[in-house]
Design a protein around this ligand. Structure first.
Ligand code: SAH
Ligand code: DHB
Ligand code: MG
Length: 344
């Protein structure tokens, strides 16, 4: 057995709204209904591997829970088009390996969109970025038992897959070597994956201080860092990062050469302000995840993470005491980017 078509319901007169939604936004083709069925109203749509029939129901109520889940190759693009047209996009991160969100059709029926695992065009978009990342990883990185074990124990402990990609982590290591950085402050530890790269790149007498609010994440990180033999160089501080940074300022801690900001995005501006108090002139401050699939420029995108990125950018705008750039990235983590600031 397999699915022949999916039937959704709409209130009377809903055909044009259905066309605007299923044809123009979702990209399905309208299919002419058989003549004998036309007088009932409604409208049919078809894509390469799916048929959706929208039927008219006299006393219609939207389906709030029951829903169809559509597998799509360009989930980020679709999320953007839906948002631009004023539809909700509720990302669900409960399954870290499946990028997916919920939305509503024009009639309030819930729909789920899931990034297709294989992709309709396998060598395009995300799949191609992934393949290129795999190629560079194979050429430029060494396979490493401690890093693999760190990811495995993070996964066993149920931590989310928010760590930087291996090549991004190695990029941070390159920056450390190029700037002869000795002291690094990391905001957002998770399971310590990025921390291990940072700690390995600094000299033996260097230090990474890493800040984590979630005690469970911090515990996993501490054990991963110890297993990699780096506990002498790393200090994990548990608590809200802004408070920990204030305490570091108050304690007159030795200035840092580099800061990697990778925690709650809503606090990015605050982390930049505090980082500036904790570094020497010439220090680099790198802020992860400033693109977020293009959310930063999308009208109608006003979640606190996106607002946090914009607040950071507003604070850097025309700032004569620092010099910044932002680089968009694609790869195994999808479409995102980082900002890099040097303190003058
Ligand atoms: N740098 C890590 C990934 C960090 S994910 C790596 O690349 O491997 C973001 C982390 O920030 C999560 O562990 C989350 O618990 C933590 N976090 C969120 N809000 C925070 C806060 N207010 N203070 C400190 N850490 C926070
Ligand atoms: C996600 C990615 C990150 O790099 C991060 O710091 C937090 C969340 C994510 O993919 O959701
Ligand atoms: Mg990040």
């Amino acid at each position: 057995m397999k699915i022949d078509h999916v039937q959704l319901a709409a209130p009377e007169g809903g055909e044009d709204a259905a066309r605007a939604y299923f044809s123009q936004i979702l990209g399905l083709q309208e299919e002419t209904k058989p003549a004998v069925l036309q007088k009932r109203g409604g409208v049919w749509f078809r894509g390469p591997e799916i048929a959706i029939h929208v039927g008219i129901e006299a006393d219609f109520t939207p389906q709030k829970k029951a829903h169809v889940a559509l597998s799509v190759s360009d989930i980020e693009g679709l999320a953007g088009r839906l948002q631009d047209a004023g539809y909700p996009v509720r990302w669900d991160k409960a399954l870290p390996e499946r990028r997916r969100f919920y939305t509503d059709d024009p009639f309030g029926n819930r729909l789920e969109l899931i990034a297709s695992a294989d992709g309709f065009l396998p060598q395009q978009g995300r799949a191609l970025w992934q393949a290129v990342d795999s190629y560079f990883e194979a050429k430029l990185l060494q396979s490493d038992r401690h890093l693999e074990q760190a990811l495995e124990s993070s996964s066993t402990a149920g931590l989310p897959r928010w760590e930087v990609s291996p090549l991004q982590a190695q990029f941070l290591a390159v920056l450390i070597k190029a700037t002869r950085t000795r002291r690094v402050l990391e905001v957002g530890t998770l399971g310590g994956y990025s921390t291990i790269f940072l700690a390995r790149a600094i000299p033996e007498n260097g230090t990474v201080v890493t800040l984590e609010v979630d005690a469970r994440h911090a515990t996993v990180a501490q054990s991963n860092i110890a297993a990699a033999g780096l506990q002498e160089r790393v200090e994990v501080i548990i608590g809200a990062a802004a408070r920990s940074m204030e305490q570091l300022v108050e304690s007159g801690v030795e200035p840092f050469d580099m800061v990697f900001v990778d925690a709650d995005k809503k606090s990015n501006r605050e982390y930049m302000r505090l980082a500036r108090e904790l570094v020497r002139p010439g220090a680099l401050i790198i802020t992860d995840n400033v693109v977020r699939g293009g959310a930063v420029v999308r009208d109608g995108q006003s979640d606190e993470d996106t607002t946090g990125v914009r607040n950071l950018m507003d604070s850097l705008h025309m700032d004569a005491t620092s010099l910044s750039s932002a680089i968009q990235t694609v790869g195994s983590k999808g479409y995102d980017g980082f900002a890099i600031t040097v303190v003058l």
